[in-house]
Design a protein around this ligand. Structure first.
Ligand code: ME8
Length: 507
């Protein structure tokens, strides 16, 4: 059995989730559900990043001790996957005892392997990024992402010998040209490595909030190192009495946005090599969702609450829109109007109406019985294309391209209705066999589309299969022409995507 382990970044709990976080979580869930359909053994990890200055300061501002603060806000973050129907296997919090213990073990290994030394550090720290910045990276003396002036910090702490990994990382990138996808992100990471790697400080002195450095408890582990280690630590304690590393490490795919590329594509593999671990199987770096050309972000304040969108349109529509609105991997400007427009045009009309029409025609012209038909119909080729191409595209994380292929099927079924005009066939007894064929093909195409779409529309897909009286077995092999069974009792289906008043939506 193939193992498929996927992660989202663990999100900072300095405020509540917005649509940008939902975006990565939705993509990870789509990929996981699809791999389950293929019979793979899957593990989907998400969670929260709870240490660091940024979280500590918000707790302070609210007059709470950090643990009380993170315990409260973690609940809002646990809601995020539930809200968008993301069926994760484990929700990690970096304040979990199991995680903290593992972080200590992990960095102790790096220390024992000789890749950590003590030195004085002086630099400009952006709390928003939780990262030291080089002067050259600043724009008008400010962090280009957060627009804030970084703080000067000088302290003695422990350094990680990242410079020792320049050569091994270049060799890794050369040996594995698909280590980072899309290709332009691979190039970006590789040229960063080629440009020379500097050691970085792996601990912070005198900080009250973090995982203590095991050999010097006056220091805590740098929040980014603490956070990255979650991808391994979770496997050691997610299932009591089981070490999931045996099954899932290094079969891991990390999803992340471009702002945290260096941490994931450069620092993380180096830390793993230093600790004696294998590096991840693959990393996929997606773009930013932009609203009016500005990144949707907590610091900028132009957030869209996923809760509001799900309330109005339902989680399937939000999932669908997230992957359709922007080609996964690219940056893209989103508007709420585009969500509304897509909901009506694609979900309500292309798909919803097709289900209503097909079931209504079967009810009306064939007394609710799907005709028994064998042999090759008019839509077999398009179903075959879905069966073949969706997995190929999802293997390279192309969640947008894969759903395009399924939509070709949905559209060609609509075209099939227009071209064959079943309502005219129904008037002519001599063409009864033609009508049988058309009704069967429509039901069969919709059934296959529902199975293929179930990773994207986990609520809607079973409704379609039920409306057609077909098996709800979502195994990928069922995306195959001719598997529709001739059943009776089909009734006109209720609308799958009811009208949403744009006024309500805007409010
Ligand atoms: O970076 N567009 O946490 P974070 C697309 N704790 N994706 C977006 C987005 C947007 N506008 N906004 C957020 C951190 N994301 C660290 C990660 S991992 C070891 C530690 C998504 O709360 C995207 O996946 O800032 C991005 O990488 C992540 O949220 C950043 O979340």
């Amino acid at each position: 059995m193939t193992s498929f382990y996927i992660t989202t970044p663990i999100y900072y709990v300095n405020s509540t989730p917005h649509i940008g976080h939902a975006y990565t979580t939705i993509a990870a869930d789509i990929l996981t559900r699809h791999h389950k359909q293929r019979g793979d053994e899957t593990f989907f990890l998400t969670g929260t990043d709870e240490h660091g200055s940024k979280v500590y300061r918000v707790a302070e501002e609210q007059g709470l001790d950090p643990k009380t603060y993170v315990d409260q806000i973690a609940e809002a973050w646990r809601e995020l996957p539930r809200l968008v129907d993301a069926d994760y296997d484990f929700f990690i919090r970096t304040t979990d005892e199991g995680h903290k213990r593992f972080v200590q073990e992990f960095i102790q290994r790096i220390y024992d392997n000789g890749y950590i030394y003590r030195d004085v550090y002086s630099g400009l720290y952006c709390v928003g990024c939780e990262e030291f910045k080089a002067e050259a990276e600043l724009v008008d003396g400010k962090c280009p992402i957060h627009g804030t002036v970084p703080e000067r910090i000088e302290e003695t702490n422990y350094f990680f010998k990242l410079s020792a990994f320049q050569q091994p990382l270049l060799e890794l990138y050369d040996a594995r040209p698909d280590f980072v996808l899309p290709r332009f992100r691979y190039n970006e990471a590789r040229s960063f490595i080629e440009g020379g790697l500097q050691d970085f400080s792996l601990s912070r002195a005198g900080h009250p909030w973090g995982v203590p450095v095991p050999w010097d408890d006056s220091q805590v582990v740098y929040v980014w190192v603490d956070a990255l280690i979650n991808y391994v630590s979770a496997l050691t304690y997610a299932r009591e009495g089981e070490d999931l590393r045996e099954k899932f490490w290094p079969e891991v795919r990390h999803l992340l946005a471009k702002d945290i590329l260096r941490f994931h594509c450069v620092f993380w593999p180096a830390l793993l090599l230093a600790a004696g671990y294998e590096v991840p199987k693959q990393l996929f770096v997606h773009g930013w969702l932009l609203l009016d050309d500005t990144k949707i972000s907590k610091s900028v304040g132009n957030v869209i609450d996923p809760l509001d969108l799900v309330d109005v349109y339902g989680s399937d529509a939000v999932r669908f829109w997230a992957v359709r609105a922007v080609s996964f991997g690219q940056d893209g400007n989103v508007t709420l109007d585009s969500l509304h427009e897509r909901y009506e045009r694609e979900l309500a009309n292309d798909l919803g109406n097709l289900v209503s029409r097909t079931t209504a025609m079967i009810a009306r012209y064939r007394d609710g019985r799907i005709p028994a038909i064998t042999g090759d119909g008019g839509v077999s080729d398009v179903i075959e294309a879905v069966k073949r191409e969706v997995p190929t595209r999802l293997d390279v994380f192309d969640v947008t391209g894969a759903v395009d292929v399924v939509w070709d099927l949905v559209r060609s079924l609509n075209k099939h209705v227009e071209q064959t005009k079943p309502w005219e066939l129904a008037k002519d007894e001599a063409r009864s066999a033609d009508l049988d064929r058309v009704l069967y093909d429509l039901a069969d195409g919709l059934r296959a589309a529902a199975v293929a779409l179930s990773a994207y529309l986990p609520r809607t897909a079973p409704l379609i299969l039920r409306a057609l009286g077909q098996s709800e077995d979502l195994a990928w092999e069922n995306v195959e022409p001719g598997r529709t069974v001739p059943v009776e009792g089909i009734e006109p289906a209720a609308p799958l995507f009811p009208r949403v008043d744009p006024q309500t939506a805007a409010a």
